[in-house]
Write a protein that binds this ligand. Sequence first.
Ligand code: IFM
Length: 447
Amino acid sequence: MEIKEPFLWGAATSAYQIEGARFAGGKTDSIWDTFAHRRRKIKNGENADITCEHYRRYAEDIRLMQKLNLMAYRFSISWPRIFPTKKGGINAKGLDHYDRLVDALLNAGIRPFVTLYHWDLPQYLEDKGGWTQRDTIQYFCEYANACANRLGDRVKNFIVFNEPMIFLTLGYLLGIHAPGRYGFKNFFRASHNVLLAQGEAARLLKAKLPNAEIGTTISATAAYPATENIKDINAAKRFDLLYNTFYLEAALYGKYTTDNFPFLKKIEKYIIEEDMDKMQFDFDFWGINTYTRKIVYASKIVPYAKWREKKTPKENQKTILGWEVYPEGIYDLLKKYATYDKIKKIYITENGAAFEDQLVAGRVVDTQRIEYLRAYTAQVIKARNEGAPIYGYFVWSLLDNFEWAEGFKPRFGLVYVDYPSGRRYIKDSGYWYRDFIQKNKIAPDFI
Ligand code: IFM
């Protein structure tokens, strides 16, 4: 394959995890503001009311991005900053903030990648049923429209959703993320509506901004059977379907793939009329977020899924979240996605590792993260050199931040944040990435 465009090396964040400023500029609560203030939902009772205060400190953070040589920065817009109430219309102050952020990035020579939905649904919509209600699709399209109108003259990459499978299973099936709903009914209804909203908003964005690239981001985890036994092989296939391809194929082909996992057929109950056509969209790019791999074996005692995950062997390296470090997984996933002829372009929109970093005399020696990034980027480069259509890679994350139900303990950043003073310190991994980008910006075999 001939590669015509440069490769973008960047870093990513999301609004709720870094902005703070819960009520600034007319913002109202999202489901995460509400959820994080509920008892026992977040480790140590933490919340992101303040977090990194990026909302106020964005100029300083862009200077850090420059120091790191970032070519692109992926951030998300907080929906309740733009539409703080159901009937009040657009909040200009909310859009002004992202307008300034985009201008500042462009002035710094950094390409903005804007995610529209990174999990922070306005609470007033949740109060009416949130993603389990079809009305939410229309509200989402109005929000997408407002963002396109204001930012579309400068932003050339929009990501409609971040990781539907993750926020739908954790937030609507298991109740351990916002909005804390449980059960298959909520899960399937919300999944169907989110996929519809994704297709509708993407079509709207493309019609308005034909020169922008419209994409969406999925989570992905390479899955391997524990043995060659057919039962384990099928268990790994079911895992792969739910984790890696179910949401993707619904958008690619306008159909629910349920062959390996008939239980997922329950979602079909929510289809009406042209839904499946509306869900289909020819995205300009797919964002892939990946961190680890899973080894899976068949288990009769686990209801529905009928698989179990094998424990990571003690000798294999793990991050603080218990996620095995397995760089070959990103390569296997990229090769797999490259076989879909309808996937034109891939960006790794998140990859990284959380450790319990220590700030000692102004320095963070995070050798494990450097090793992780070195190994994963090597696999990305290998897949690209073999023809996988990958055009960019974003480290999760630019800054240490609020890791959802896990609170602030897991630190993913290239930059250490000292809470609550808010002071930032570039970690050793940040300096490593800076030098890596410098070296790989114009590698001859690469562009
Ligand atoms: O912090 C999250 C991010 O918001 C979505 N993808 C995974 C990251 C690490 O868990």
